[in-house]
Design a binder for this molecule. Structure first.
Ligand code: ADP
Ligand code: MG
Length: 292
């Protein structure tokens, strides 16, 4: 493509809320074989809500939520926000937490009213040596409905099973259909539970899923997918998407995402609507095929 045609293409893209940070990305996009999406905040709204709260025998619902919310008040994870909001909605008084610690990709913990509270994924409980088998079946059923099951432990004992659900953006199905129509593979990479990810993948008709990817494993996941598909684009919004955005042949960040994601990307999508990804690819093809 000539410098002029690239300028025309990126100008047209900008009018549509698609900011190319350099012209090369417009050319590279044309040769991409698969588009990899982060789940939370990219395919989904990124605003999970608490859907389930099941205390273990001997534990009380309001007390469980109060203690878990105390920990999550200190966390910046979107899941934490869902739990804090649920406690607020129930009018619970949330106590102060001490010695808070986030364990990225696993969960969070703190001391609350002299008790040790831990909340997170099944792998967090496995790491802590807290058995979750009594609720394994219930958790599987939640995950099959695309909910993310969470486990709470009080002083090392399983105190409850919770779940959050993060709705898919209304425009996501159409965005993925458009990509499929242009012959691209559509893939999801997420830190979420394997079964939850599988349910989301089935609902969206995804071609491939990598689940339970730890925060620092996303770039490696992109490399593995490059081996499988050839050139890839990665679309994400979070702090832990930055290495994947930089590793992909083309990184596209949501404009509403974190600064570090935007800085690591080649393209910034001003609207949180993934239909812009197919539009960007169509523009790339138009520039390379017609105006050459
Ligand atoms: P993702 O953003 O894709 O969910 P993360 O790596 O941030 O991936 O988290 C992976 C999993 O770890 C979450 O799905 C959740 O089960 C658990 N987790 C992480 N942080 C928290 C937290 N603050 N509270 C509860 N669970 C958490
Ligand atoms: Mg995200």
């Amino acid at each position: 493509a000539t410098p002029t045609s690239i300028m025309v293409g990126t100008g047209k893209a900008a009018e549509l809320g698609i900011l190319f940070r350099h012209g090369e990305a417009l050319q590279t996009l044309n040769s991409v074989r698969a588009v990899i999406f982060d789940k939370t905040g990219t395919l989904t709204l990124g605003r999970p809500a608490l859907t389930d709260l099941d205390p273990s025998p001997g534990f009380e619902e309001a007390e469980l939520l109060r203690l878990v919310a105390a920990v999550e008040t200190r966390s910046e994870h979107p899941i934490a926000q869902a739990i804090v909001e649920a406690a607020k909605a129930k009018g619970l008084k949330v106590p102060e937490a001490e010695a808070f610690e986030a364990v990225p990709g696993f969960g969070a913990r703190a001391q609350v009213a002299g008790r040790r509270i831990e909340v997170g994924a099944d792998r967090f409980m496995a790491h802590l040596g807290v058995p979750i088998s009594p609720v394994a079946h219930a958790a599987e059923q939640m995950a099959a409905q695309a909910k993310t099951p969470l486990y709470a432990a009080i002083d090392g004992e399983l105190a409850g099973l919770l779940a959050v659900a993060d709705p898919i953006k209304p425009t996501t199905p159409e965005a993925l259909t458009a990509l499929h129509r242009t012959g691209l593979k559509v893939v999801m990479v997420t830190g979420d539970n394997r079964r939850t990810a599988g349910a989301v993948a089935a609902a969206l008709g995804l071609d491939d899923v990598l689940a339970e990817v730890l925060p620092d494993g996303k770039a490696e996941a992109v490399k593995a997918l490059q081996q499988r598909y050839g050139r890839v684009a990665f679309v994400g919004d979070g702090v832990n998407d930055a290495p994947a955005l930089a590793t992909a042949d083309v990184g596209l960040a949501m404009g509403a995402g974190t600064d570090i994601a935007i800085e690591s990307a080649d393209v910034v999508l001003m609207r949180s609507d993934l239909r812009a990804v197919a539009t960007a690819i169509a523009l790339s093809r138009a520039v390379l095929n017609n105006i050459r």
